[in-house]
Design a protein around this ligand. Structure first.
Ligand code: TRP
Length: 325
């Protein structure tokens, strides 16, 4: 069984939302499926839609892969590669473009969302065509399962439909991929009372240092109950953040403390700080130990393996189409 997932180099470092919303789920899934391969590609062809700066692109790419490994991805089970090293992504992209109707792309939520914001002539062509490249990324490797966020489910369904179409015209070629929608986090993370978002700069990044984290935790708004009053943990932002980092037993104890008297919000914030740092420190230490060269070597090694698979696939496709004479 082959899983396929991605890693976007649009941010120079990942935040805890990326971690719990995707990376951790992927690493857990890999542990639950020890006999499966996890193809993890650096979505730089996709990131290019937003990043137009050579240095930023290179540095973000390397940093993103490093962080994934530092978070615990096993480099033997996760085949991490750079699609820029694999010409077949672009080749299959064109093949699929030629058998896709406009109306199919016009149905995509991502395009419709863009139409809500801009006039059609102001929208980049990539917004319209993006699902086609995505389908190429998936179908090239006969991926069985594609774990994605809810917003990407429709794109995987398109990949499935277009694979079916190709199979019908040219005989069975592609495996039909299935989307596996990541479970959504049970909370919206706040550090300043607003939704966690890059534009508010209220995220906790995996590489933030102690001083920054302390500052962000201090900003978390709390209720106004005194130490003596009992508090409802389910209405407390500090508690909901803590929940991400603690075990079930610790959770039960913390809830008890909230409901009884004697817990100050100051204590809750110190507790949160300690738990976040316990979680981040090993990741940061591991990250700092990995050199850029190690990442480049890993990508080069994996490109060889992945190219063997993709070249075979694209040859089969080209043969069926009649490109190979
Ligand atoms: N579209 C995905 C996103 O932005 C990224 C992506 C590109 C992807 N190609 C893919 C995801 C192939 C899964 C499979 O979230």
């Amino acid at each position: 069984m082959r899983f396929l997932t991605w890693l976007k180099p649009t941010w120079s470092q990942l935040h805890i939302w990326n971690y719990f919303g995707s990376i951790k789920q992927m690493i857990d899934l890999a542990k639950e499926n020890p006999d499966s391969e996890f193809f993890l590609f650096l979505a730089n062809m996709h990131g290019f839609t937003q990043v137009h700066n050579q240095k930023e692109m290179q540095e973000n790419s390397i940093s993103a892969v490093k962080l994934y490994l530092a978070c615990g991805a096993d480099a033997k089970q996760f085949v991490i590669y750079n699609p820029a090293d694999i010409p077949a992504h672009a080749q299959l992209n064109w093949v699929l473009t030629c058998i896709t109707h406009m109306w199919f792309m016009e149905r995509m939520h991502s395009y419709k969302d863009a139409l809500d914001k801009w006039k059609a002539k102001e929208i980049w062509v990539w917004v319209f065509c993006y699902p086609i490249l995505m389908a190429a990324d998936i179908l090239l490797y006969d991926a069985n399962i594609v774990p994605v966020g809810k917003d990407q489910k429709q794109h995987v369904e398109y990949a499935r439909d277009i694979a079916q179409k190709f199979n019908k015209i040219f005989w069975e070629t592609f495996i039909l991929p299935e989307a596996k929608v990541n479970s959504e986090l049970w909370l919206i993370i706040w550090t300043d009372g607003r939704k966690m978002s890059k534009s508010y700069n209220n995220l906790i990044w995996l590489l933030d240092d102690e001083a920054i984290i302390l500052k962000k935790i201090k900003q978390i708004p709390t209720g106004s109950q005194t130490v003596e009053e009992s508090k409802n943990p389910d209405e407390c932002n500090v508690y909901s953040l803590c929940k991400l980092f603690i075990t079930e037993t610790e959770d039960a104890e913390l809830r008890k403390k909230y409901l009884a008297w004697g817990l100050s919000y100051k204590y809750a914030k110190e507790y949160l700080f300690e738990k976040i740092m316990d979680f981040l420190r090993p990741i940061q230490e591991k990250y700092n130990k990995i050199s850029d060269q190690e990442i480049k070597d890993l990508l080069t090694k994996n490109a060889k393996y992945v190219n063997e698979i993709s070249e075979k696939k694209i040859k089969d496709i080209y043969d069926k189409i009649g490109f190979n004479l």
